[in-house]
Design a protein around this ligand. Sequence first.
Ligand code: NDP
Length: 265
Amino acid sequence: MTDRYAVFGHPIAHSKSPLIHAAFARQTGQDISYEAILAPLDGFADSLAAFIAAGGRGANVTVPFKETAFKLALRLSPRAERAGAVNTLSFDRDGMLGDNTDGAGLVADLTHNLHCALGGKRILLLGAGGAARGVIEPLLDQQPAVLVIANRTLGRAQELAGLFGRGVSASAFEAADTPFDLVINATAASLAGELPPLSPRIFGANTLAYDMMYGRDTPFLGFARGHGAATADGLGMLVEQAAEAFYLWRGVRPDTAPVIAGLRA
Ligand code: NDP
């Protein structure tokens, strides 16, 4: 019997997750279906319950339901607990297990696809929202020399830095003005076509500038390129976080390279 999976969000029509999971299923011979479900803004829990009652085996969760999923899950993986948000749910006899694969997806994209080793590196993380919080622990696991969180609202960056300790500090955008090896844009500025007020001095000859946004060139990537940095968008992260979810559900790791190449084409 075909096992059912889905992604819940609002909006959701733009989601590439059904395409990605269909490609993984074809590649690995797994008998699954994967659909996109538009949950009402005040009705995520009900939509999810209906999906489980209809035999759903697992789900991905995207904006704006990741924090609600965190609250609904009966059990949480340690990385979901630290992220304070859930993007992957598994349903079994013991109830709902919440996990967060965003950070693992980012680290896999950086280290495997972009060959950017993180050990001993200076990392600047822009933003202190859900996406930023979800990637801090997996980044720290790679043992960078420094992790600075810069945010428009400095207090939120300070709060996050305090939560993680271990060599993490907070900064205002303008106050970060020395070169970093890796600058990750986890703000929602790119969604609005905006550029945070960054100093060009954060980019050196060997800097990789990474925007979690994907699907279009962004002012951040243009600014970084203009100051000599190499650049990458978040498409690889999207596919890698999906691969991690697929592995949790099916116990099989798909090959992500042809799926990323297919989406880019
Ligand atoms: P949130 O709404 O939780 O966080 C928004 C963050 O962006 C906050 O730090 C906010 O600062 C900052 N921000 C918003 N607008 C601006 C602006 N105009 N200038 C500077 N800073 C701004 O969003 P998420 O964390 O969920 O998502 C952030 C981005 O990451 C989105 O573009 C999303 O698409 C992308 N993403 C990509 C993924 C992938 O797989 N590639 C996975 C998850 C997210 P303040 O605190 O001051 O409000």
